[in-house]
Design a protein around this ligand. Structure first.
Ligand SMILES: [Zn+2]
Length: 235
């Protein structure tokens, strides 16, 4: 990805007219990771280091609906009916997004694609150079998520094992002794979310792997090591 790094620093890139923008002009990356793997933190860091904007289809959908764009209006019909927004609509959204100025060197997809048909559709509008999977053993994710609790008064986040309050039962930030735990942060719920994730993404991981662009990163380490590994993979 050397070309990408140097072109980020070069402001003299010729302006391409949007209508004539050829498909596959840039190379994008896709970030994979189960809930609780620290994907959000890493996405933020990759964005800062590479200059690739993070593209979350969920955020884009909400923004398009709020802005009332043609695609947003189309998407809203499905959302109002409680239906999944079809892949074609999401692809249209992405098509619009990657023609914005900040995307001329590619983007970082987060949470998309999730299926092989989505990945095939994506490949028709942008080249994907790297698919990076942050991998954390399921039992570690259960441990991370299930021990979480927050202060009911100031929302400070703590963890039974990794980040307990200094004084038991007293919030470090505000001194409150009111804490809450999310009902869906229990082991059974987390395990079923993880199973669904694996079931959905395994075929897609194999598909990208067969193209030689799938990279696994050990996510069960400190945040800096993980970032470093991801950046080395992208170089
Ligand atoms: Zn507090």
């Amino acid at each position: 990805m050397a070309a990408l790094w140097s072109s980020v620093a070069s402001p003299a890139r010729p302006t391409v007219k949007k209508e004539s923008l050829p498909a596959l002009i840039m190379e994008s990356i896709v970030l994979f990771g189960p809930p609780g793997a620290g994907k959000g933190t890493q996405a933020q860091r990759i964005m800062e280091s590479t200059g690739l904007p993070q593209v979350s289809t969920g955020d884009m959908l909400r923004a398009a609906v709020a802005a009332g764009t043609p695609t947003g209006i189309e998407a809203k019909k499905y959302m109002d009916a409680g239906q999944l927004v079809p892949d074609e609509v999401i692809i249209d959204l992405i098509k619009d997004r990657i023609q914005e100025d900040d995307a001329s060197n590619g983007v970082m997809f987060d949470g998309f694609p999730r299926t092989i048909p989505q990945a095939e559709a994506l490949s028709t509008i942008t080249a994907v150079s790297h698919v990076v999977a942050i991998e954390v053993p399921d039992e570690r994710i259960v441990e991370r998520i299930c021990g979480r609790y927050t202060c009911a008064d100031c929302s400070a986040v703590f963890h039974d094992t990794f980040n307990p309050t200094t004084k038991e039962g007293v919030c470090d930030s505000c001194g409150s002794s009111n804490f809450k735990r999310r009902a869906d942060d229990n082991a059974d719920t987390v395990m079923s979310r993880l199973n669904a994730y694996h079931e959905q993404t395994s075929p897609l991981a194999a598909w990208y792997d067969s193209k030689g662009i799938f990279f696994r990163i050990d996510g069960d380490r400190d945040i800096d090591s993980i970032t470093q590994d991801i950046l080395t993979t992208l170089e």
